[in-house]
Design a protein around this ligand. Sequence first.
Ligand SMILES: Nc1ncnc2c1ncn2[C@@H]1O[C@H](CO)[C@@H](NC(=O)[C@@H](N)CO)[C@H]1O
Length: 147
Amino acid sequence: MRLLLIHARSFSFEVRDKAVENPEPLTEELKRGSADNTLVVFTTVEENDNDSPSFLERVADDVLDVAGKVKASSVFLYPYAHLSPNLAPPPKAITILNALYETLKGKASIPVYRAPFGWYKAFNISCLGHPLSELSRTITPQESAPQ
Ligand SMILES: Nc1ncnc2c1ncn2[C@@H]1O[C@H](CO)[C@@H](NC(=O)[C@@H](N)CO)[C@H]1O
């Protein structure tokens, strides 16, 4: 999994067009969203990722550690298919992203928002520019313990 974490003074998005054959169904609250003092997590699910609790908890712990350090008021999970050449296919990617969203919500003491999967979206972001405001992470499932 590849993450680009941007601590933003403000962030907003609005859905435009379908980007995959079967995008996530849109509800009113998923069509647009915004937050201030938020940690935007552009997230690319890779082909070798999985939805095991141990993997997702490592990702969530890393994200929330950054959110705490920068004193973000919320986390914004943003599906983003541009951070890796080894993409998981959409059905697998949406499953893992939704599981990550639930894991984050279960662990976070601040609100966790998300943008919908499978759509082109317009967005505005105002990066705060402090030393921890632009971070990237590559997190991979641990190899199973040697037999
Ligand atoms: N492996 C993957 N990891 C994360 N997101 C993925 C994905 N495969 C598909 N998507 C979603 O489908 C849109 C088209 O690729 C993606 N949309 C985007 O990446 C927008 N920034 C528009 O380009 C995303 O919502």
